[in-house]
Design a protein around this ligand. Sequence first.
Ligand code: HEC
Length: 152
Amino acid sequence: MAVKRTLASVVLGVVLALPAVADEDPAIAARQGQFKLFAHNFGVMGGMAQGRMDYDAEMAQTAADNLFHLTRVDQGRLWPEGTDSASTEGTRANADIWDNLDDFVSKFVALQEAVEDLQGVAGSGLDEMRAGVMAVGGACQACHEDYRDEAS
Ligand code: HEC
């Protein structure tokens, strides 16, 4: 039994040391988690804009405030070189990001600006919020079109 357990830990040690596993950069999971939080908050306002749920000014404002702060998180350590989909598993980040870093950053800044506008109107009524939601949705989509791979 003891021998088996020792063997198991040796085998596991070898598996964990394989480069394919070691290559998985924790920044990938971190930025995907960030995007999930974007979607979780944006989804509340999207649902109201599309009439899938009743407009609630306070709930909309909270979601917009959250999105504002989430989009202010410094991106500096979330996009290390070599974490593109051509180089590593588990990401849909296209290598074009690193070839067009200025454009990628400008698309992120466009999102920050649209979210700031949305934050200003989210609690002011359904029509006001809806216009802001459309602009933010456009900013999400513009970046995904150029820099996020299709889901496989
Ligand atoms: C500047 C570019 C950019 C902007 C703006 C952007 N995204 Fe993304 N998004 C990406 C990239 C690149 C990925 C792929 C990340 C990866 O797999 O490593 C991604 C992935 C995602 C994912 C999948 C996360 C996962 O679980 O793997 C969701 C959901 C998402 N984005 C939602 C949004 C929403 C909602 C917005 C707008 C509020 C937004 N994104 C704005 C570039 C962007």
